[in-house]
Design a binder for this molecule. Sequence first.
Ligand SMILES: [Zn+2]
Length: 485
Amino acid sequence: MTPRLAVAMFKHETNTFSPVPTRWEDFGALEGEAAHRAYRHSGYAMAGLLEGAEAMGAAVTIPLAARALPSAPVARDAFERLSEILCAATRECDAMLLDLHGAMVAEHHEDGEGELLARLRHVRPGLPIGAALDSHGNVTDCFVENCTVMPGYRTYPHTDMVETGRMAARLLRDVLEMRLEPVTVRHAVPMLPDMVRGQTDREPMSRLIAAAAAEEAAGLPCVTVFTGFPLADTADTSLCVLATAHRDRAAAEAAARRVGDLAWSMREEFTQKLEPLDEAVARAAAMAEGPVILSDQSDNCHSGGAMDDVTVIAAALEAGMTGILAGPVRDPAAVARCCEAGIGTEVTLEVGAWAETPFPRAPLRVTGTVQTLRMGRFTVEGPVFTGMPVDLGRCAVVRNERLTLLLSEGRVEALDPLQYRLFGLEPSRFQAIVLKSKTNHRPAFASLARAEVACHAPGVAGLDLHALPWRRVRRPIFPLDRSNA
Ligand SMILES: [Zn+2]
């Protein structure tokens, strides 16, 4: 009999410190044919899930495809509405494939995905569920108990999202065809790895990824290292290893423990000493040949930043830099001012620092000419998040003799130089490019620049975990409690 498979996406990486709200309308929820059109050939795990489901010869439905950029906990009504759609879908299917993040927090449920999966299993006890996850997931015991198979990405920046979707579909197929009786063990390690140190193409993370791969090569169907998302203040925020074995719990436990112990032994390597902002900018300013990328590490939207911070731009100006291309900085009021003024008009704006965060900040006063006004719509060409539609809303380029500043109404991670070229700005012609991203820009931007300097300003998306107001995370945890963790 043809199996009925519901394939769905409900994705959010929640930064519990973020000032950016997460409402129903931020999820851009699609279903059916529209969802298929948007995601079947995208760079998301959803594409791999759909491909795998179709290859099984299943009768596929898409009850929901919803994702929002990282931001504050999901609003209660949005979480309830989206969960209800999936709960209803369980009644019409024999199994489910889900594209989830793993670090979703709702206003009323700290463990968003665990709660969602428990509800699905409450409606349909024992329903086979395969989930493709982001390796920044803070995966909980509740999640593992209520899911059948759950591979996570093996790369960061994430270039294997589709492949992870295929893997989830393949594992679920093996379950449905009774070749696999999965037993998954979660081994949590009380550490919060630095996100940048978690890049998988280099040490120390490459070694940890290799250790997990070795466990799979030795016969386990799935072993994933979840470095976790450290900008979420929840009880279960930490690195964890999930190991899945065929029937054999002891084998899964041993593998998860081996990889987890290796992570713990490497914990110091998963920290980094952050260069003070003034020193970093001075280093960039001293570079004779450009462009140099100043990557603002503390306000990128893929970590939950509001993208309204101007500290790094101000520091670059202060250091005497010229030929600066900066942005997008999200400031709807400043964009509106530029639209009112019109192209060719000189404006003086107070830009940025309008969202409420735990950090004292100041806007930047900019005087310049409005050079361009247009809608910021484009599709990411990759290689990270390929096919992702971007809507920056109305955008304005304001220019003076030292700074070319792109202002927007919406948020986008620096994934693609198109974010500048769309406005007639060629980033390779500038001396300095100030963009908001930790690592995601590297695949597309590295070849444009001669050098990169990581810039750390205080911010809710930053790497200085000691600066954040922690209340919920289970203590002790490394490196917050360095001496006794
Ligand atoms: Zn991630």
